[in-house]
Design a protein around this ligand. Structure first.
Ligand SMILES: [Fe+2]
Ligand SMILES: [Fe+2]
Length: 240
């Protein structure tokens, strides 16, 4: 069944247009800085790529929850596929690896969703986890704008701004869906967020789940900052 015409129009240009004929600009980077950017582009590509795995996992393992949320998940997945595509283009050009090899490296990883099982059984908790993830990613991309701009490449500058705009829209879409479906359960959001935050920072490494990928020593926002500023801001949006 085609879903064309059923999705809201996208608010930003897609990767294929924004990054058409993209070639990474010439730049002088130290070996250390080059390695670090390579990791940033690769990690961005794979976490964005893993949205489809989360979608398939929900569809196959939590069909009831999936059915409740599918209308908010479809436009979200369309954007995340687009983000993965864009970061794959950037990573391939930056690292001089062929595009098909880059896609293969995203494909070959094995995800482990066991950590999500306790979250995905409740549609409200899942919406809170998705909203949490989207707003943290929004902050990460926002902080990246300055460093992307240093490449003096309009396509890269537009790309990171577009990605940030999409992520903040995802945050609001998940919050709105939660408010629309569960207006009488919003007092539970604060406790749910505490649990999601704990799970995020208890696990040792990213397991290919799209959400809960923030426990890395080089992650640009600290655990403490997420707790003290981002969590209260999320709660405010759910209860206002
Ligand atoms: Fe994304
Ligand atoms: Fe997103």
């Amino acid at each position: 069944m085609s879903i064309h015409g059923k999705l809201p129009r996208r608010g930003t240009p897609d990767a294929a247009n924004l990054l058409s004929n993209f070639v990474f600009p010439e730049c002088k980077l130290s070996l250390e800085s080059r390695a670090s950017w390579k990791e940033v582009f690769f990690d961005s590509m794979i976490t964005e790529y893993d949205a489809r795995r989360l979608y398939w996992y929900l569809e196959s393992r939590h069909a009831d929850v999936f059915a409740v949320l599918v209308d908010v998940l479809n436009p979200w997945l369309r954007d995340e596929i687009d983000h993965a595509h864009g970061f794959a283009i950037i990573y391939a050009s930056f690292s001089n690896i062929s595009f098909d090899e880059v896609l293969l490296s995203a494909e070959l990883r094995k995800p482990d969703f066991s950590i999500i099982d306790s979250i995905a059984t409740d549609p409200l908790k899942l919406l809170v986890a998705l909203a949490y993830d989207e707003i943290v990613t929004t902050h990460v991309y926002h902080r990246s704008i300055k460093t992307y701009d240093e490449f003096a490449c309009s396509k890269l500058s537009s790309w990171i701004r577009k990605a940030k705009r999409d992520e903040v829209m995802h945050f609001f879409a998940f919050v709105e869906k939660a408010k629309q479906l569960y207006p009488h359960r919003l007092h539970e959001v604060s406790g749910m967020l505490d649990q999601i935050y704990r799970v995020d920072f208890e696990k040792e490494s990213y397991t290919g789940t799209f959400v809960l990928d923030h426990n890395a020593p080089d992650f640009p926002i600290s655990k403490e900052e997420i707790k003290s500023t981002i969590l209260p801001a999320i709660i405010k949006k759910f209860v206002c």
